[in-house]
Design a protein around this ligand. Structure first.
Ligand SMILES: [Cu+2]
Length: 362
């Protein structure tokens, strides 16, 4: 009996000394994103019914669009999202620290089985997966999801810097060389897969040893934060592919190209957890990647602001047409909004008392 007690005491002691080691899942456990090639995108092969018409309203209607007071106030001093290279070391560390802060906060309880406030966001994404992927709601929903995440960093973790974005076109084909991954203060390394094509648990950087409790897919099996880079896929996050998408004139056509083009290649290129459509926000680099996607959307809008911030087309997951009155929900983390409130990043519309108001540095 005494020896059993000693044995138990010894095992408890050694367990508390060891870092918790979570399961490294094989890459086959992570359902990949659907991709299309740039050549197929140029040919419109992702659009079974062909290119749809531009949503351009007639010139008179566009000219009649007047700036609201909220827009005017926003334009005077918008929040600016800085590209990673122009983001100071201090800002970078503050951003990373705020994400870690969310990981160390308890879950709200509204998104079981999330184990932290950070995982509330992962679970929300997993639950909404079919509604906000594979259809034109993808871009507008992720715009609001990203903004909501930023607000929660600010209100719950004291983040008080400008927001960041990642110009992936500058790192296409060589993501792993970015100091986002090579500098051990940031996101941790980006290793190639092992001989069996599986990822490695991330043991460097600010998120070393992270256990993910949401995913893969629709299951929830604790696993390590793993990556497995394929630079032939990250190479598709290039300027030419982005321009191919942005040359499309209707929202829904551009959305399809962006979602299955550069967006999907960035996820699959980073690999492992990031290639899990449902639970990819488990990897904090998800937020950086989605700033790149939202940037592409805004640049497309800038080519015809009057139209592209005031109209939308395409159908949602259930086949209902998207309109400016279609609601966008982030599960109550912030209020539900109309698409028309957030189609313009400079709308200045008050959401829970905070104006929706940002632009990108370029
Ligand atoms: Cu997503």
């Amino acid at each position: 009996m005494r020896s059993l007690v000693l044995l138990l005491a010894a095992s408890v002691a050694s367990a508390s000394l060891l870092p918790s080691i979570s399961l490294n899942l094989p890459s086959s456990a992570f359902p990949k994103f659907h991709t299309i090639s740039q050549a197929d995108a140029e040919a419109g092969n992702d659009l079974p019914e062909g290119f749809s018409n531009s949503t351009r309203v007639n010139a008179l209607e566009a000219a009649a669009t007047v700036q609201t007071a909220a827009e005017a106030a926003c334009s005077a001093s918008p929040n600016v999202r800085f590209e990673w290279r122009q983001y100071s070391a201090s800002d970078r560390l503050a951003f990373i620290a705020a994400i870690k802060c969310l990981m160390n906060k308890p879950p709200s309880g509204n998104f079981p089985p999330a184990t932290s406030r950070y995982e509330d966001f992962v679970r929300l994404h997993q639950m909404d997966m079919p509604n906000v992927h594979g259809n034109p709601k993808f871009l507008i929903w992720h715009r609001y999801y990203l903004w909501t995440f930023e607000q929660v960093l600010r209100t719950e973790c004291g983040f008080d810097r400008a927001m960041v974005w990642w110009d992936e076109t500058l790192d296409a084909g060589k993501f792993a060389q970015s100091d986002m991954f090579t500098n051990t203060a940031y996101f941790g390394h980006l290793p190639p897969p092992d001989a069996n094509g599986n990822g490695y648990c991330i043991e460097s950087g600010a998120f070393a040893g992270l256990t993910c409790h949401i995913g893969p897919g629709s299951s929830n099996t604790p696993h390590c934060l793993a990556r497995a880079v394929d630079e032939s896929l990250t190479a598709q996050c290039n300027t030419g592919f982005v321009n191919t998408c942005n040359s499309r004139t209707s929202y829904s056509d551009m959305e399809s190209c962006s979602e299955y083009g550069p967006h999907a290649y960035g996820h699959d290129g980073i690999g492992a957890v990031m290639s899990d459509v449902s639970a990819s926000p488990s990897d904090p680099v998800f937020w950086m990647h989605h700033t790149f996607v939202d940037h592409g959307f805004r640049i497309w809008q800038n080519a015809d602001v009057a139209d592209r911030t005031t109209t939308i087309n395409g159908n949602d997951h259930n086949g209902n047409p998207l309109t400016m009155d279609t609601m966008v929900s982030v599960g109550g983390i912030r209020p539900d909004v109309r698409i028309g409130d957030i189609m313009n990043t400079l709308s200045g519309v008050s959401i829970g008392g905070v104006p929706f108001c940002y632009r990108y540095t370029y």
